[in-house]
Design a binder for this molecule. Structure first.
Ligand SMILES: Nc1ncnc2c1ncn2[C@@H]1O[C@H](COP(=O)(O)OP(=O)(O)OP(=O)(O)O)[C@@H](O)[C@H]1O
Ligand SMILES: [Mg+2]
Length: 284
């Protein structure tokens, strides 16, 4: 097997069997789209040979400008986007195997939190229906035990149990993102993939959601892959960082090392463009 991609810049040692079993990873992932333009059909190489790995208990951040392929990478890791080439694995599961059984297992092990809960959750459903849906789909529990589990999950994400009966459309953006996170936790996944989990929220709520994700990670020890173009979010949440530019990785390593000494010019630009980062880094 070739060297395991890690978020560390140092050459990676070959993974142990245990590492491989507790890792969500892609190797040499390529995703191309064919788009029809007024000038005819064109190919967009959204992801070009990317290898990343996130271990249970760690938070890996993917940062990069708009259109650099972050969401396409995330969607490939959770099985929502078919790779053009390369491999995606969750432990021993081959995500390219499109069988029903693979999807079922992947659905239990990896959950996704999207950018905008207003578009990712059905506005007509009750909070209880949204949060218990994964349990129902996987045939877990009875109506009563699921209701109890929903209450527990709501409490875990800092929401009162009385919200269970409310319609999704009546909640605030921050409350909704908490509901989305409760739903993601329902099956006790090994990994959570969060694509810009705070960028659709009011600035005042963003920090609360980031704190919540950090706390939940400490408590549940899932692995998390977080996407953002905001270096402050990354600095707060991530152990390791991957910087993407035009579909490829240009820098990777422990987040603290990258902030202290970014090697790639684009990473320096990103850090330089983040107003509070210099002073925050100095004190923390
Ligand atoms: N379904 C699709 N069909 C055609 N092109 C696509 C599709 N999805 C993504 N792309 C293209 O692939 C490239 C990468 O898109 P992607 O959404 O992964 O970027 P991103 O880094 O998540 O950007 P943003 O920060 O704006 O969310 C872009 O050029 C985008 O237009
Ligand atoms: Mg995106």
């Amino acid at each position: 097997m070739s060297a395991e991609p890690t978020a560390s810049g140092a050459p990676a040692a070959a993974p142990t069997a245990e590492d491989a079993a507790t890792t969500l990873r892609c190797e040499q992932l390529c995703v191309s789209f064919t788009v029809t333009t007024p000038l005819g059909q064109q190919t967009v190489d959204a992801v070009r040979g990317v290898s990343v790995a996130v271990r249970r208990g760690r938070v890996l951040g993917i940062v990069g400008e708009s259109g650099s392929g972050k969401s396409t990478l995330a969607r490939s890791l959770v099985g929502l986007q078919r790779p053009t080439s390369g491999t995606v694995r969750c432990g021993e599961l081959d995500v390219a195997d499109r069988s029903l059984e693979m999807r079922r297992q992947l659905g239990r092990r990896v959950a996704m939190v999207f950018q905008d809960p207003r578009s990712s959750l059905n506005p007509r459903l009750s909070v209880r229906a949204v949060v218990s849906d994964p349990l129902k789909v996987h045939g877990i529990g009875t109506r009563e035990t699921r209701a109890a589990r929903v209450e527990q999950l709501l409490s875990d994400v800092g929401l009162p149990a009385r919200l269970a009966g409310r319609r999704v459309r009546t909640l605030s953006g921050g409350q909704l993102q908490r509901v989305a996170i409760a739903r993601a936790l329902a099956l006790e996944p090994d990994f959570i993939v969060a694509d810009e989990p705070t960028s659709a929220l009011d600035v005042s709520v963003q920090a609360q959601i980031l704190n919540l994700l950090a706390e939940l990670r400490r408590e549940h020890q899932f692995g998390m892959l977080v996407i953002s173009h905001d270096m402050r979010v990354m600095r707060f949440l991530c152990d390791d960082l991957v910087v993407m530019l035009a579909g490829a990785v240009v820098e990777r390593g422990p987040a603290a090392d990258i902030y202290a000494a970014p090697e790639h010019e684009y990473t320096r630009e990103l850090i330089g463009a983040t107003p509070l980062l210099g002073s925050a880094a100095a004190t923390g």
